[in-house]
Design a protein around this ligand. Sequence first.
Ligand code: UD1
Length: 430
Amino acid sequence: MDKFIIRGGTPLQGTIRISGAKNSALPCMAAAILTEDEVTLENIPDVRDIETERKLLASMGAEVELGYGRAHHRTRIRCALLSDPVAKYEIVKTMRASSLVLGPLIARTGMARVAMPGGCAIGGRPIDLHIKGLQAMGAEITQEHGYLEARAKRLRGAHIVFDKITVTGTEDLLMAAVLAGGETVMENCAREPEVTDLAALLTAMGARIEGAGASTIRVQGVERLHGARHRINPDRIEAGTFLVAGAITGGDVTLTGCNPNHLSAVLHKLQECGVVCDLTADTIRVRSQSNLRSADISTEEYPGFPTDMQAQFMALATQAEGTSLVTENIFENRFMHVQELVRMGANIRVDGRTATVRGRSPLSAAAVMASDLRASASLVLAALVAEGETIIDRVYHIDRGYERIEEKLRGVGAKIRRIGNVFREEPESA
Ligand code: UD1
């Protein structure tokens, strides 16, 4: 299993180019199921979850070509024949977002078999709201042997009110609604930029959608969709992680190819901590010369502070003067990074959904274990300021969602190297 070895203490300086958003790319790849024509996606990140989705689509009979480097991070997907509309457990267990194929499969083929995602490192993550919405659209859903089986001759438009805001739930039902008969109105939808990105692709494929990015989305179903070409948004969480890397090391880092509009809540908190942020339309420069100040965060749905940045911000809070309260409202059990940060010398106490971080604590290197994608990123950030050489085990979690993070960090002066060479090894679920 690969490990990272990181020697802390170097202020990062230079430029990092931001990759395409994994969480946009995943639903957009699933959207290719909705047409027999070719869908071309650009700015696809070279991360393990994308390879998993390629395998998933290929296992159903789709032709998927993934190209990196000179092929400009492009994928071409053609779902002319979906001979086996099944998302198998072996694939779903490694990536919960596999449930995103449920809606498009029923809409296109009239049937879907999708393995139920199991327990997860960051809370239960059920898909009951996906199921409830599809049932409202006329799908018959049964569950046996760990699989959900859904059938519908043609889905029909429905009025859906989400009990709780769900990002992939909104995306899944949006993909189902575009081919349903009649109008679908969805209320209490997720407003994340990834939903808007998916809606842009679907619209380019011929779907009729109004209101993506707002909490009510209206869809007029169409008979068929056609192929399209679409460029994936920049990854706001990757960008946020590197902003914290610049800030925590007292560095001067410029991100290019990002969208500052998607990062308002994160930028606001960095400024509250005393970090200087200079923005253009697609770059952000962070500088942090003076002492960092504490700030409280409370995770919310977009446009609030993203849960996917909570762990990274907590690493920053350990280096800020004063007490920061970090409240996690989206997922239960998303504080697994805390015990590892404490092992490195942080002063953090967890009480229910709130962690109290008292700073500033000098961190010292330790052998630590990555537990999920974003928790692992917070350990990398802590290691960048820790005294000595930190060894981070199980970095396959990081490889699921960050494109060559060690190369990008080395490019701005970080002392980080990877050991082991099993980058593409299959992990257990996370
Ligand atoms: C997506 C993101 C993930 C991010 C999360 C919240 C992708 C691939 N992943 O995950 O990185 O952390 O949004 O911003 O885009 N819930 C239910 N029933 C459901 C669905 C969700 O109760 O049917 C609950 C979840 O347990 C959680 C909350 O709703 O407490 C939000 O989850 P959701 O927005 O669905 O997260 P994902 O879409 O899985």
